[in-house]
Design a protein around this ligand. Structure first.
Ligand code: NI
Ligand code: MN
Length: 226
């Protein structure tokens, strides 16, 4: 499975011939200025919550590609009013798509859309097929609810967790989250974009090392084979 990092919390995942794009925030991100936004492929755009640093480019990319938005009901309704197709979900629900199964899970955060519209409850996604399973946490604090993921989903091959602190958990808490979700390999996100979430990369990796977990800090534009 190919995983491409587009900066902040934005990832592209190629799964069973379909392109999944998570939380597109590229054009307002000066650190991602080398990314050619109009070249990014997308069949589905998965939006964890309504904050601008997760939805900024979703409409533009969806209108170019015809991608379907997968998010909570409120966010999908908001995009629907802008002429973008979507599939609404809510916490604890799963749905089988043509690329695999998606479960929308709890996140400890908030959610309002850029124009002030209520953005429903923030969430994360567990995505799987017969071969593999991964968790995209969105913005979240460390929470005991994460322990329900290994009880209710296939074994995780990797997870994408926020580690930047201030708005989400930091690397030390995310390393505990890796234990809660029983996952060995974590890709970090939501770090270094803004001054307030700049992190010490070595200290972040050491926090995971201490718990026997691996933290990958991708470069913007980098594609990982997971
Ligand atoms: Ni947020
Ligand atoms: Mn955020």
């Amino acid at each position: 499975m190919k995983v491409t990092y587009y900066g902040h919390s934005c990832f592209g995942v190629e799964m069973n011939g379909k392109h999944l794009l998570f939380d597109p925030f590229i054009s307002p991100n000066p650190k991602a200025s080398q990314i050619k936004i109009d070249d990014i492929p997308a069949n589905y755009i998965l939006v964890s919550h309504g904050h601008a640093d997760h939805v900024a480019d979703a409409e533009r990319i969806a209108k170019r590609t015809g991608a379907t938005i997968i998010s909570n009901f409120e966010i999908v309704t908001w995009f629907g009013q802008r002429g973008v197709n979507g599939h609404g979900m809510n916490h604890g629900g799963k749905h089988r798509f043509d690329f695999g199964t998606v479960k929308y899970v709890y996140a400890t955060h908030s959610s309002v859309l850029p124009d002030g519209t209520y953005g429903g409850n923030p969430g994360g996604f567990v995505v799987w097929d017969d071969q593999s399973c991964f968790y995209f946490a969105g913005d979240t604090a460390l929470s005991f609810d994460m322990k329900t993921i290994p009880l209710t989903c296939p074994r995780l091959n990797f997870a994408i967790l926020p580690i930047g602190d201030n708005f989400t958990m930091d690397a030390a808490d995310a390393a505990i989250a890796a234990e809660f979700i029983e996952c060995e390999t974590i890709i970090g996100c939501h770090f270094d974009t803004f001054e307030v979430i700049e992190i010490d990369h070595d200290a972040a990796k050491a926090a995971f090392d201490k718990r026997g977990k691996t933290l990958i800090l991708p470069a913007i534009g980098q594609t990982l084979e997971m």
